[in-house]
Design a protein around this ligand. Structure first.
Ligand SMILES: *Cc1c(COP(=O)(O)O)cnc(C)c1O
Length: 371
């Protein structure tokens, strides 16, 4: 069986975990955490990087930092993972969904301005499959209306927009190290802060509403409860695992990109013959090979391809039920049709993508499908 995903281990994970345990400090914000955070700040230019236990947690921190209050509105795409919206809903926000582009699932930036009201506080963008949203336009809209921009960069590590790393452009950003992402720690995430004014508070929210991080740096002589927050920081065991992945980040990315280009080159003609849209070839620097997807001509065709692959012991999967039609939010959605979101919900199909994949085996079998 070729699975859809297989977590890749670099080989050093358990050695670093053992080392973390032997050092005798296995709670959060220790040596491995600091090494990982410094890595992100130096490589991607974030002003502050804080490890979290998930991207969902990092998004919750964004919602708190953005001071989202009941009744505030937040604009985001509907074709995304639950957490993009959930983090803001928990703070009482009303989510206003914008449609995707016709040709890719990213938020259609031309639809944003019409959705802005006096209650709008933030725009959340999702760089789907690591493909950059049109950040110049989005940042300029945000500047004009004094809104915050939060990048859900869960899938976007190592990808860029006009030379700038994704996650370094908005006021803040959230990454995921869930085992289905390129770089993993089982569960895990990162909050990236790009605007100085959020740095101090981000550390407090991270540490249960206390100023403990400043205390550990000897900046203050006692720590106490000063704000809201939660226990958003991961243990050193998770950070140690993550460090072994970060040491191999270039090698992981090179391999995934090889797979991606093999799919693209070898499925182009087959896709055309079957009226299937293939994932667009992003500019080189804005492809991080997080995913390879197809957009089928119909839901029925998608089911037929999934069945064909299943019969050949290959697992392909689809996602997302657009959030505006989800059980939890459809009553609260304002009723606008989002045809492009719906299109990706019913027709997008993801092919297996992981480090150890023998991609030619998938290409061989999928090429036998006609219909
Ligand atoms: C994976 C993912 C998340 C959630 O990440 P976790 O680390 O599992 O919380 C959020 N948004 C998007 C777009 C994702 O792909």
């Amino acid at each position: 069986m070729i699975p859809f995903n297989k977590p890749y281990l670099t080989g050093k994970e358990t050695a670093y975990i053992e080392d973390a345990v032997k050092r005798g400090k296995i709670s959060g914000n220790g040596d491995y955490t600091k090494k990982c955070q410094l890595f992100f700040e130096e490589r991607f230019g974030f002003k502050k990087a804080l490890l979290t236990t998930s991207c969902t947690d990092a998004l919750e921190m964004c919602a708190i930092l953005a001071n989202i209050k009941p009744g505030d509105e937040v604009i985001m795409p509907s074709f995304t993972f639950v957490s993009t919206a959930l983090a803001f809903i928990r703070q009482g926000a009303h989510v206003v969904f914008a449609d995707s582009h016709k040709n890719n699932p990213n938020i259609d930036e031309t639809k944003i301005e019409d959705l802005i009201t006096s209650k709008t506080k933030a725009i959340v963008v999702v760089h789907y499959a690591g493909m950059a949203c049109n950040m110049d336009v989005i940042m300029s809209i945000a500047n004009n209306y004094n809104l915050l921009v939060i990048e859900d960069a869960a899938q976007a590590i190592c990808s860029k927009y006009k030379g700038k790393p994704l996650g370094s452009i908005g006021h803040m950003a959230a990454f995921s190290f869930h085992e289905t992402k390129n770089i993993i720690s089982g569960e895990g995430g990162l909050l990236a802060i790009n605007d100085d004014k959020f740095i101090e508070r981000s550390e407090i929210i991270w540490e249960k509403g206390t100023n403990r991080a400043a205390f550990f740096r000897d900046e203050i002589n006692k720590y106490e409860w000063v704000d809201t927050g939660s226990s958003f920081l991961p243990s050193e065991i998770i950070a140690a695992f993550l460090w072994s992945q970060l040491e191999n980040i270039n090698q992981i990315q090179t391999k995934r990109l090889e797979h991606w280009h093999f799919y693209y080159t070898n499925l182009k003609d087959w896709a055309k013959k079957n009226s299937i849209e293939i994932m667009p070839l992003p500019k080189k620097e804005t492809n991080n090979a997080h995913m390879f997807y197809l957009v089928c001509k119909s839901e029925a065709q998608r089911s037929a391809i999934i069945n064909h692959l299943n019969t050949n012991n290959i697992l392909a999967v689809f996602h997302y039920v657009s959030l505006h039609s989800s059980a939890y939010y459809k009553q609260k959605h304002d009723g606008r049709n989002l045809p492009n979101s719906d299109k990706f919900t019913s027709r997008l199909l993801r092919l297996p993508m992981f480090y150890e994949l023998v991609v030619k085996n998938v290409v061989e079998k999928i090429s036998e499908f006609n219909g």
